[in-house]
Design a protein around this ligand. Structure first.
Ligand SMILES: [Zn+2]
Ligand SMILES: [Zn+2]
Length: 227
């Protein structure tokens, strides 16, 4: 066996590192699968459907995605990289819009879709309860035909961030005008994260609501003292 010393390997670049993190069978997903299995749920993996859902219940027509906070624009945890700003900017936008296109394609084939944040699977029990509840019911979560297209940008602008605010405050600030907090970051101007206490925070972000497809921008609070 060849012994490899740590010095012989080049450190991964950020994008190489991200590519590794992106792979399937991520830990939060495995945690969810195990918990579902323990709860008696029988599902399919890698079932060929639009957007390639992570977990599929064929008979109940329920498609489950586990979305990584970085790749899918989590408002709490997305951190825009400092380097290759334009690359990551268009990457995120593409990913988030592709997710919604997949949601629509699935809905139009009468699939119900749920997306679970990676950060909500530290303890998978609430997600399992949610899934069990959906499996027990059959009504659609939403109808594809009711969704407006992803083009309209509303006039309203919000402000995010004030020193010392907690995660739950950020959640409230980033709630859509329709009342949904199922909100994703679509685009970031600048680098850093929206979280309070982040080393650097972007000047502004564009947010999109998964529920009503409203898009609006939020600018960084000007009172925020840079760290
Ligand atoms: Zn997150
Ligand atoms: Zn909304």
């Amino acid at each position: 066996m060849v012994k490899r010393t740590s010095g012989s390997r080049k450190p991964l670049t950020r994008s190489e590192n991200m590519a590794r993190i992106r792979s399937r069978d991520t830990k939060p997903e495995i945690r969810l699968r195990k918990a579902l299995w323990a709860a008696g749920c029988r599902y399919r993996l890698y079932y060929d459907l639009p957007g390639r859902p992570d977990i599929v219940f064929i008979r109940e027509r329920l498609a489950v995605f586990v979305d990584g906070c970085f790749w899918h624009g989590c408002p709490l945890h997305y951190s825009a990289p400092r380097t290759r700003e334009d690359f990551w900017k268009s990457k995120l936008r593409k990913n988030v819009l592709r997710d919604m296109a997949a949601d629509d394609a699935l809905a139009s084939e009468n699939w119900r879709v749920i997306r679970i944040w990676q950060h909500d699977l530290v303890r998978p029990e609430p997600a399992v309860r949610h899934i069990l509840d959906l499996l027990a019911r059959t009504e659609a979560i939403y109808a594809a035909a009711d969704l407006p297209s992803v083009t309209k940008i509303s006039e309203s602008a919000a402000v995010y961030g004030t020193t010392g605010r907690s995660e739950s405050d950020i959640k409230t600030e980033l709630t859509c005008k329709c009342g949904s907090s199922d909100v994703r970051i679509l685009e970031v101007n600048g680098y850093g994260s929206l979280r309070s206490g982040a080393g650097h925070r972007p000047e502004s972000v564009e947010l999109i609501c998964r529920t009503c497809r409203n898009i609006w921008s939020a600018v960084a609070d000007s009172d925020e003292t840079p760290l």
